[in-house]
Design a protein around this ligand. Sequence first.
Ligand code: UTP
Length: 298
Amino acid sequence: MTNYKTVRKAVFPVAGLGTRFLPATKSIPKEMLPIVDKPLIQYAVEEALEAGIDTLIFVTSRKKHAISDHFDSAFELETKLAEAGKTELLERITEIVPDEVSRVHVTQTEALGLGHAILCAESAVGDEPFAILLADDMVRNDGPGALSQMMHSYRQTGASIIGVEQIPREWTSSYGIVGVEENEEGHKAIHTMVEKPAPEDAPSRLGVVGRYILDPAVFSYLRKTPRGAGGEIQLTDGISAMLQSHSVLAFPFEGERYDCGSRHGFIKATIDYALEHEAIREEMLDHMHTLLRKSGKV
Ligand code: UTP
């Protein structure tokens, strides 16, 4: 098998305004909102570590220290938990990121869009392929995580890869949409990429979700990308320009995705994770049963 460069670095853009969750996101990033007892960003970091990433690059806004604080050690809290003999809790806060994994924080001074946020990470990434994980897209899978699945495909092809999902046609105006053609190896090669098209203009129903493995060439295209949909520099537009010179594959990963950037997706994820959580599962089921009975649904 050809030896493609290893993907070691992952970028986590966490500098968006998170307007759909105001006022909760007025002073903390949306990615710090918890699903049961872990913030969204921690689920994404765990997925990246499982996929073999050894350098975590967070693109944060100037005002938000919550992300770096979350992954730093918390001396006072750790001492108190140790003194109280709460070893399990202590482990849960000290073992989030192993010591050998590096963390880098870069600042996006103005929320000019996801493409701009990725461009802010350019010097931290350098000239090597890298992953991007949007923590507000959560993927739950019993087997390997979404990024691990994509890494497997990357090792076979060496081509940039974008995570996609079949979405209902009426939702295309909320997603980046790709047009694909099956290549000789059976991969879905992207020939078109459009940000938030109207259903009648969408090249397919394959919506881009927040997982990418990209060739560093994308930076040179992003630098030339003008502001697009919503007045923002769109990552989709930068990747779309890159299609002229690089092959990019669409990858429908296995697992259930929750759009935790929306209130309904966030609540669905909360319910599903709560029902998987040993400590609270039974109580939650009883509660739901009561609610359903009261509403006359059962
Ligand atoms: P969204 O499109 O969900 O935007 O960003 P948003 O600002 O976070 O949320 P809403 O739409 O106002 O509710 C997708 C991802 O890109 C990051 C976000 O933090 C999120 O992870 N992002 C977006 C940035 O880092 N910088 C930006 O300028 C825009």
